[in-house]
Design a protein. Structure first.
Length: 556
């Protein structure tokens, strides 16, 4: 008879096929613990829709068999983890909402287990994974705060907690500054004897490195990074990309033609990565992730180059000691606010970044209302940015304009039930259309032809979506903010001389939206002005931006 110890030994040896065979053939009655081992072995051996389904069924059976024991709790935590992994695995392919059932079931089981077992840091961390995928960010943040108050946040969860609070109105810049400074204590100090020394050797050219986990053909950051990589003085500078992602797709291949070298550090631990970059003798290293994505802020705290700069991927302070500079513009951070940012702020003369544009000819499109006889608002921002305050303001706008519509689409797959419910509470659900993410980028871009006016989110403004909207000739209505991340819309509109599309507050935002919708000639003239002037504005003037950018670096 096969024993549990034998199974565990096989598990340690990663002999998953044998485990599955033995359990299925030798165990007529499977305990909670055995079912757990079986399901883990399936997922460790292979991942597919059917394997996930079978494993989740076995995790559920293991939990239900022994709800009150540690074995039951272990099975439930594996269920939550697998449900989140399934949602990530299927991504855009999940047109039938196959994973949604398991996410909803996970939320139900999570609350049940929380009531039964009380506070459990691991259980709560997995609950956060589920609520984020259900687009219930408010709930996720409640649990992040619980972990913080119990001092159970690790580096990953602490950075996530700070990152996701950018979406909410209750944190002001002083809160970010306070908590990012606390973040520094979560990042390990690597002993100096484990690191090679920074080189004192002077390079013939200024060597610049960019570290990112997002260099791929579908990520928006590439359009801004290309602006400087496509037009720099190769007699003065050398540019290098350090990739923190395993898969290198067409996006990476495109950059190989532009820069002096690309290195993948995704398989290196922090010590190995720091030493690898230090050996390259880089003068200035840019962190273009910040607290987003699969960040590597440990590298920057322990310093990979003499000068380190935060730019592009994260529009707020990081708080870590060795991040020397933050690049912004005067519309984003006011002079009397710079003490709320731990980095020294470097101001570009016009705008903090510039879009490289798209590889096809622009075309001017008529306002959709001319054909539809009703106004269509739109937002293609990440649904995390659409909080209850945004929903309330947008709902008030729709109520004031007869037959007005709002179309919404997130760049990543998000559950829409939570947002639909919010719009339903505000009695405008019938005016809302949710579009699925587009696999082909050109199809995504063409959807702007359906929008008369784009509505910006707050406090976290759109960036890429605003550049796209303006490129397509669609005006973006934004609102004044209180910090870098909530003023990007203001900076964008000021740089195309569209101050009239910057609302002072929520009431002004509604007033301006109604005015655009009801004054049709005014809307047509604004759309024409944006189409004619956007391409020559600082938003898309890559040559001018590149000169300003590299002059800033030379002065360092």
């Amino acid at each position: 008879m096969t024993t549990k110890n034998e199974l565990k030994n096989l598990f340690l040896q990663k002999r998953f096929s044998e485990i599955i065979f033995l359990i299925e053939s030798k165990f007529e009655e499977k305990s909670s613990e055995i079912l757990n081992i079986l399901a883990i072995s399936r997922l460790s051996q292979q991942r597919s829709r059917e394997v996930f389904k079978q494993s989740l069924s076995e995790f559920e059976e293991a939990y239900l068999k022994n709800k009150n024991s540690q074995d039951g709790l272990n099975a439930l935590m594996n269920y939550l983890n697998a449900a989140a992994d399934l949602d990530d695995y299927l991504g855009y392919q999940d047109t039938s909402n196959f994973s949604k059932f398991f996410l909803n079931q996970s939320a139900k089981f999570f609350k049940e287990a929380e009531n039964k077992f009380g506070y459990s840091p691991k259980l709560i961390s997995l609950g956060i994974r589920i609520y984020k995928r259900l687009n219930q960010l408010d709930t996720a943040l409640i649990y992040y705060k619980k972990l913080y108050e119990k001092n159970n946040l690790n580096l990953q969860t602490f950075t996530s907690w700070i990152f996701f609070n950018n979406y909410k109105t209750y944190w002001k810049q002083k809160d970010y500054n306070k908590f990012t400074k606390n973040l520094d204590s979560y990042i390990p100090n690597i002993p100096k004897e484990k690191l090679i020394n920074l080189s004192n050797k002077k390079n013939d050219k200024i060597k610049i490195g960019f570290l990112s986990s997002d260099i791929n053909k579908s990520h928006s950051i590439t359009f801004f990074l290309k602006t400087i990589c496509a037009s720099y003085n190769k007699k003065e500078f050398e540019l290098y990309l350090f990739l923190n992602h395993k898969i290198e797709d067409e996006g990476v291949k495109n950059f190989k033609k532009l820069v002096d070298g690309i290195f993948n550090i995704s398989n290196l631990n922090d010590i190995e990565a720091i030493n690898f970059i230090r050996k390259k003798n880089i003068d200035i290293t840019f962190d273009i992730m910040g607290l987003s994505s699969s960040n590597r802020i440990t590298l920057f705290k322990n310093r990979v180059s003499p000068i380190q700069i935060s730019w592009l991927g994260y529009c707020n302070t990081l708080g870590i000691k060795n991040m020397d500079y933050l690049i912004a513009d005067h519309n984003l951070i006011y002079k009397n606010e710079i003490d709320q940012y731990s980095e020294k702020v470097l101001f570009l003369p016009n705008i903090w970044n510039c879009h490289n544009g798209f590889e096809f000819d622009r075309q001017e499109y008529s306002a959709p209302f001319l054909k539809n006889n009703y106004i269509t608002f739109g937002s293609f921002n990440n649904f995390n940015k659409i909080n209850s305050s945004v929903v309330k303001i947008w709902s008030n706008i729709l109520k004031k304009i007869p037959n007005a519509k709002l179309i919404m689409k997130s760049p990543t797959k998000k559950d829409i039930d939570y947002l639909e419910n919010l719009f339903d509470i505000n009695k405008v659900k019938e005016s809302i259309s949710f579009l699925p993410p587009e696999k082909e980028f050109i199809n995504h871009l063409n959807l702007y032809q359906k929008i008369d006016v784009a509505l910006d989110t707050f406090p976290w403004n759109g960036v890429t979506t605003s550049f796209e909207s303006i490129w397509m000739g669609v005006p973006v209505l934004t609102m004044k903010g209180h910090n870098f991340i909530s003023r990007t819309g203001e900076s964008i509109n000021r740089n195309i001389k569209m101050e009239e599309l910057i609302a002072l507050d929520e009431d002004d935002y509604i007033k301006k939206a109604v005015n655009l919708a009801t004054n049709k000639n005014y809307l047509i003239s604004i759309r024409k002005k944006i189409y004619n002037e956007a391409i020559i504005s600082p938003l898309f003037n890559a040559d001018k931006f590149s000169r300003d950018f590299f002059n800033l670096l030379k002065n360092l």
